[in-house]
Design a protein around this ligand. Structure first.
Ligand code: MTE
Length: 320
């Protein structure tokens, strides 16, 4: 991330119709308030938590961590979402301009069933699970987040990838009105990330649509974002509008902008330091001052047992 040194750190069948009606109501409330605060061209702080809405029918998951989740407040006010500014507090202040509904996703590339799909239909056809996952940002801080999501593999299989689909590329919305931070060339927009098809199909990989049992707040990547818990946070692309199946490795935004610092694989690996700082430990957000509680970072963020086999025979110092 642009954080160069620590001192820079400023601080189914599951979702029933009623739920979606409620959600629409919720969005209207949220947007109504946001509209009042939004003047074109200006970034005025909007209502951060204008309305919160529970997701119905969320099942527990066998993959959940037993650790205590980070507070809702920390998860939703300490964010990286450069489309709304580069400070950790910017997304919560400015992401009210994002309209997460209606939302559709373009499916392209090596699949039998390409097309534009409505998010609501995708969610209706899926099981929503609470997945409490450790989260590790490349900037050496961590959280525990109770996501609500659907299995990425189950979702992708519906589009029937061909045998040439070796990778999956994800793209964030590009819209200067909804995402005013894209007017600044801090990154090459739109934000793009990618996974190997075997990584995408792994049962731990999810598309998150909520957290703490509620609809995903804009600043966390509404209405759907990737969560791959054994990889650094920057892999977890937000507000996805396009999924493309490819034969060749996608060119992800961070890997393209600083290839020595942000590898394509981005597996959490305490033995491979970021060129400008150590990755051996992490600061736990919500545990007090910047010097408070640091814990040792675990290989694959603690998910080695489940995912190490995906990288058998690979040199993870080279393929970082
Ligand atoms: N996705 C988009 N589109 N834009 C971003 O700036 N930041 C990434 C990732 N996904 C980012 C993104 C980084 S660096 C991190 S650490 C996580 O989102 C942060 O997710 P969170 O704010 O929900 O904790």
């Amino acid at each position: 991330m642009l954080i160069k040194k620590p001192s820079d750190i400023k601080a189914s069948e599951i979702t029933d119709e009623k739920h979606y009606k409620d959600r629409r109501k919720f969005m209207q409330v949220g947007l109504g308030l946001a509209g009042a605060a939004a003047i074109p061209g200006l970034w005025l702080p909007g209502p951060v938590h204008a309305a919160r809405e529970k997701l119905q029918g969320v099942q527990p998951s066998q993959y959940s961590s037993t650790e205590k989740p980070t507070s809702y407040k920390d998860i939703t006010t300490y964010n990286n979402f450069y489309e709304f500014g580069t400070s950790k507090t910017d997304p919560a202040k400015y992401a009210h301009t994002l309209k997460p509904e209606p939302w559709s996703i373009a499916i392209e590339g090596e699949v039998a069933k390409p097309g534009n799909y409505h998010l609501e239909d995708m969610i209706k056809a899926s099981t929503l699970e609470e997945r409490i996952y450790r989260f590790r940002c490349v900037e050496a801080w961590g959280m525990v987040i109770p996501w609500v999501g659907l299995s990425l593999g189950d979702m992708l299989k519906r589009f029937e990838p061909t045998s040439r689909a070796k990778y999956v590329e994800f793209t964030t919305l590009y819209d200067l009105k909804q995402m005013p931070g894209q007017r600044r060339s801090v990154l090459n927009w739109p934000y793009v990330e990618g996974l190997g098809i075997n990584e995408a199909m792994h049962p731990l990989s999810i598309m998150a649509v909520g957290l703490y049992g509620e609809v995903l707040p804009n600043q966390n990547g509404a209405p759907l974002r990737l969560v791959v818990p054994w990889k650094y946070g920057f892999k977890n692309i937000k507000s996805i509008v396009k999924i493309r199946f490819t034969e060749t490795m996608p060119r992800s935004t961070w890997a393209a902008s600083a290839p020595r610092e942000y590898g394509f694989y981005a597996n959490v690996n305490p033995a491979v330091n970021h060129p400008r700082w150590s990755q051996a430990k992490e600061r736990i957000i919500g545990s007090g001052s910047i010097f408070a509680r640091r814990k040792k970072t675990l290989m694959f963020n603690g998910y080695a047992e489940q995912v190490a086999h995906l990288y058998a025979g690979m040199d993870l110092r080279k393929n970082f």
